[in-house]
Design a protein around this ligand. Structure first.
Ligand code: VGL
Ligand code: ZN
Length: 233
């Protein structure tokens, strides 16, 4: 770009309150792609409304990242988070488990099934690690970092630290469950954390989406849009 064009661009850029600079992911950034699986998209056992719409956005955003980690909800049959494991209970009700309140779900993301597979239209060939979670029958795990007992680590924080990661960007499904819990735990593990809102979709159960954004804001998670990122041409 010539000097004059650059100057023109600088001058015409509006300076508004709350406006932030474009964000350029670096070598010390990771994109965590949460649970973009058949189970959470159209035709899946726990389909989130418009869940599949995140795929093209994530594919585009992913081009800006050298480091990509994916998560995969990966439950055994009879998992404690399934309503079918609790006689008399229906999906979307709750129960009290040893570690606290557990929302109950339809049977979903059963290990080894096509339903649990990652979406085949995800185009992130550089993805370096897939973290499976929720595989202990008695404990759920919304977070990619820590199971719901708040004791059992997945090892992801150690992995990211060993690889020199400082900034964590979170996308995927669902905004108000696995994305929010992953983002908040990433903050607790000391990372700078961004959730790319338009690359997520929510369940929104009894106000859970608004609550999740409140919790994320309190934890210092930054809420951004994919248009805030500098993407390769
Ligand atoms: C999720 C409900 C149950 C999620 C996983 O990925 O947000 N939600 N299991
Ligand atoms: Zn699950």
């Amino acid at each position: 770009m010539g000097g004059l064009a650059m100057l023109a661009q600088t001058v015409t850029r509006p300076v508004l309150a709350g406006e932030h600079r474009p964000i350029k992911p670096g070598r010390d950034s990771v994109l965590i792609v949460v649970d973009v699986q058949n189970c959470f998209t159209a035709g899946g056992t726990l389909a989130i409304k418009d869940g599949e719409e995140v795929v093209p956005i994530i594919n585009r955003v992913g081009k800006a990242f050298e480091n990509v980690v994916m998560t995969q909800d990966w439950h055994p049959r009879g998992h404690a988070s399934f309503a079918s494991s609790h006689p008399g209970k229906k999906p979307f009700e709750s129960v009290q488990l040893s570690y606290g309140k557990q929302v109950l779900w339809p049977d979903h993301c059963i290990q080894g099934t096509t339903d649990a597979a990652l979406r085949t239209d995800l185009d992130l060939p550089q993805a370096e690690l897939i973290v499976r979670k929720g595989y202990h029958r008695e404990v759920d795990s919304y977070s990619a970092f820590m199971e719901a007992d708040r004791r059992t680590s997945t090892g992801l924080a150690a992995y990211l630290n060993v690889h020199g990661i400082r900034d964590v960007f979170v996308v995927g499904l669902a905004t108000d469950f696995c994305v929010a819990n992953t983002a908040i735990d990433a903050r607790a593990a000391g990372f700078d954390v961004y959730v790319i809102e338009d690359a997520t979709r929510a369940v929104d159960l009894n106000g859970s989406l608004a609550q999740a954004w409140t919790d994320m804001r309190k934890a210092g998670v930054k809420r951004i849009q994919s248009t805030d990122l500098v993407l390769p041409a």
